[in-house]
Design a protein around this ligand. Structure first.
Ligand SMILES: [Zn+2]
Length: 75
């Protein structure tokens, strides 16, 4: 797999990044991971050490429910 970002230390959050990547999002890393939708309008950040144990799950659900024209062909 050709990964364009430094791997996330937490396995479940790395899986979140992979899922966003699969849908065409651009991922860059500063002090957190910054995710940018192919449509250009949507953004999401993924922290390195979120305190919320449901953080990964919530990010994936947010992505699933996102109403974005750039995602319609995938679904
Ligand atoms: Zn979008």
């Amino acid at each position: 797999m050709n990964q364009t970002w430094p791997r996330h230390q937490k396995k479940e959050l790395q899986a979140v990044l992979v899922e966003f990547d699969r849908r065409g999002w651009r991922i860059s890393k500063t002090t957190y991971y910054k995710l940018r939708c192919p449509c250009g309008a949507h953004m999401r950040m993924i922290h390195l050490t979120p305190s919320n144990p449901r953080y990964a799950q919530q990010a994936l659900r947010w992505l699933d429910k996102l109403d974005c024209p750039a995602h319609k062909e995938e679904q």
